[in-house]
Design a protein around this ligand. Structure first.
Ligand code: ZN
Length: 223
């Protein structure tokens, strides 16, 4: 039985990772740690890590592993994480990062309880991604058939014109998916023998996906 949840969620673009993360965070009160959000916050607050990250981004370079790791560590040691546990999202992306994460978690004595691995087939992802439309102003995500706005091309929340990410097309998706598969397979291999992994069929409806995740989490909390 675990008293606090330390979770990791993995899944390619279009797997519903954002939706599931929101549901998990809401139902289980864990702190959602998304590297994207953490970078945005560190940069806007001009923390030491944020300043370093910004200089790489300004030069059009990838942020090196050690900076990403420092960012995650800076956040993991804060008291809300200690009290509520965490859901890591978007990290680790490489074996190096996975090893660094193990070192941090050992140091703060917060072992990972579960890895949620969202799996979707490529054809379905292409459909989900190519129909995706976003609002720049409020961040709401729509889908032209599965979750259309009330007025075509317009955000329900604020009336802003919706846009499509330039790489939200079949070619862009195949590139991203190939990158994802190339880096994720080794990461799952790294955890295979040490950590509980839940494979989820993320091509199902969001509620069904969440049902399998929460039944696993309940069993961790109650067994
Ligand atoms: Zn909007």
């Amino acid at each position: 039985m675990v008293s606090k949840l330390n979770l990791l969620i993995m899944g390619p673009a279009g797997s519903g990772k954002g939706t599931q993360s929101a549901k998990i965070t809401e139902d289980y009160n864990v702190v959602h740690l998304s590297t994207g959000d953490m970078f945005r916050a560190a940069i806007s607050n001009q923390t030491p890590v944020g300043v370093q990250a910004q200089s790489f981004i300004d030069q059009g370079l990838l942020v090196p592993d050690e900076i990403t790791v420092a960012l995650v560590e800076e956040r993991l040691v804060q008291s809300d994480v200690k009290e509520r546990g965490f859901l890591l999202d978007g990290f680790p992306r490489t074996i190096n990062q996975a090893e660094a994460l193990s070192t941090i978690l050992e140091k703060i004595e917060m072992p990972l309880n579960l890895i949620i691995d969202l799996k979707v087939d490529e054809k379905l992802l292409v459909d989900r991604i190519s129909g995706r439309r976003m609002c720049k102003k409020c961040g709401t995500i729509y889908h032209i058939t599965n979750n259309p706005p009330k007025v075509e091309g317009i955000c329900d929340v604020d009336g802003e014109t919706l846009y499509q990410r330039s790489d939200d097309n079949e070619e862009g998706l195949k590139v991203r998916l190939a990158e994802y598969n190339a880096s994720t397979a080794p990461i799952m291999g790294y955890y295979k023998d040490s950590t509980d992994i839940l494979d989820v069929d993320a091509s199902l409806a969001p509620d069904q996906v969440f049902a399998s995740i929460s039944s696993k989490i309940e069993s961790l909390l109650n067994d």
